[in-house]
Design a protein around this ligand. Structure first.
Ligand SMILES: [Zn+2]
Length: 245
């Protein structure tokens, strides 16, 4: 654990994730940090499981609590919110979070809904009708036959949506807080995998800037700078800046 604390590994993870579609970046990071051995396995995990792994990784690498700012939709006050990452991990251990659930429609018909995976989201993102694409990929009739989304009425679609949300678990984490000014409950969805990517995308250029500074000062190669322990890197940076003498 703590794999991304190694600057060389963080850079590899960052580069790899930057080249992936945005919805897959958190999944690539979870794989690159060693939480899932194989990238195909990671892409086929339910997104709730990915969010849970991303929350674990976030807590280990960047801190146990995420803070953010929400805006009250009633009085526009800005609210500071904090979300402990262990609550996100716990959300996926809820029994309702699984791989598949059966939805009973009126008339006795039953559909099987499975939790979307990162691969499903990537496919949906590349489709001209993302919601339809997800439905086609994740909903099956009881006999495993594909379901024509056009044949589902609004009531059926609502049931399918609710089932998909349950299955998503911590991928659908919602932060809730009461506005101290007007008392309105403010809620916002939180994408933990995206937050993880934000932190990595912020950290990587800072590492590269340090590499560039030390390479310019001492003529070292990138690999030599990345191999330095954090203490040595910091001390050499101070020397390069004319301090620590
Ligand atoms: Zn308010």
């Amino acid at each position: 654990m703590g794999a991304l604390r190694d600057p060389g590994r963080l850079l590899v993870a960052w580069e790899d994730a930057a080249g992936a579609p945005p919805v897959a970046r958190g999944t690539v990071l979870v794989h690159r940090a060693g939480l899932v051995d194989d990238v195909d396995t990671a892409l086929d995990l339910p997104i709730g499981a990915v969010a849970s792994l991303a929350a674990r990784l976030y807590a280990e690498e960047f801190g146990a609590v995420v803070s953010g700012i929400l805006t009250c939709h009633s009085c526009e006050q800005r609210l500071d919110v904090e979300l402990p990452m262990d609550s996100v991990v716990a959300a996926s251990q809820d029994e309702s979070v699984g791989a598949e659930s059966a939805v009973a429609l009126s008339g006795g018909r039953r559909l099987l809904v499975r939790a979307p995976t990162t691969r499903d989201l990537v496919a949906a993102g590349g489709s001209h009708d993302p919601a339809r694409e997800l439905l086609n990929r994740c909903v099956r009739a009881e006999d495993n036959a594909p379901v024509d989304a056009d044949g589902l009425d609004d009531a059926a679609l609502t049931l399918v949506d609710a089932a998909a949300e349950e299955l998503a678990g911590s991928a659908a984490v919602v932060v809730r807080t009461a506005c101290p000014s007007c008392g309105t409950e403010v809620a916002a969805p939180l994408d933990v995998a995206a937050l993880l990517w934000d932190r990595v995308a912020y950290a990587a250029p800072a590492i590269l800037a340090e590499v560039a500074e030390l390479a310019a000062a001492f003529g070292w190669a990138e690999a030599e700078v990345l191999a330095l322990t954090p203490v040595r890197r910091r001390t050499y940076l101070e020397l390069a800046r004319g301090g620590a003498r």
